[in-house]
Every structure is written in structure tokens, then in C-alpha cells.
Ligand binder design. Structure first.
Ligand SMILES: [Zn+2]
Length: 66
């Protein structure tokens, strides 16, 4: 374990994490990135949008099927 390596990471770099796809990256430019580096979603820093799929035709529940 080396303590010498400590201090190098004292950079003002804040990891950005996309709330949509879960991608994490280090933006080069300071400030908030315009979009996600992975899915290019401009609303990457917002929380995920959960779409209600309960009333859909698809059923994810499987009951009593061997
Ligand atoms: Zn993303």
C-alpha cells in the first residue's frame, strides 16, 4: 500500500453519472456536461423516469408455470 500515490487524485474532477443508462464518465470540460457521454441524453443528471407499465399488455409476472 503506498501513501505516495495519494494526492494525485486531488483534482477538481467530478465524476458524472447518467441517471438514465447508468454510465459514469469524467467530463473533461468543467461544469455540467450537456449530455450523457454514452446515451447522449441531455437530461442525464435528472432522475430516472419510471414509466408505468402495469396496465400494459405485457405481463412480467409468471405464476405457477413449471
Ligand atoms: Zn446515459
Amino acid at each position: 500500500m503506498g501513501i505516495k500515490s495519494m494526492g494525485i487524485r486531488l483534482v477538481n474532477v467530478r465524476e458524472a453519472a447518467c441517471g438514465r443508462c447508468g454510465y459514469k464518465w469524467l467530463p473533461r470540460k468543467p461544469g455540467r456536461p450537456r449530455k450523457c457521454a454514452n446515451c447522449h441524453d441531455p437530461a442525464w443528471d435528472k432522475k430516472r423516469i419510471y414509466r408505468p407499465k402495469g396496465s400494459g399488455k405485457k405481463r412480467t409476472e409468471k405464476k405457477g408455470k413449471p
